[in-house]
Unconditional design. Structure first.
Length: 103
């Protein structure tokens, strides 16, 4: 989607603090971390938020990536959060999962 920062990162148009990726999902460090570790797990395809995703396999892949990337980094205690919609605190309207950890 044009003018979407997460689509531009997925397409390599904007640099990011890359952490990990799979075929359909990528992980970056949040540019304004709110914890010692603050990563974003993002589908490469544009979805405004969770309500737009009807692909159960993608939902499974997103959570699988949460598990893989936290294991890879050695995090055992962390918080997983999705802000879904403006009133819920969503700031970038391309679905993303926050992983926050202070260990
Ligand atoms: Zn997008």
């Amino acid at each position: 989607m044009e003018d979407c920062i997460f689509c531009k990162i997925a397409n390599g148009e904007i640099p990011s603090s890359y952490v990990y990726e799979t075929e359909n999902v990528y992980v970056i460090n949040d540019i304004a971390p709110k914890a010692k570790h603050h990563m974003l797990v993002i589908p490469k395809k544009h979805y405004k938020d969770l309500t737009e995703v009807d692909n159960v396999a993608l939902l499974a892949e997103l959570m699988s990536v949460v598990k893989e990337v936290t294991k890879k980094i050695g995090l055992k205690e962390y918080r997983v959060m999705i802000n879904n919609g403006k009133s819920a605190g969503q700031e970038v309207f391309h679905l993303h999962i926050h992983i926050l950890a202070n260990q």
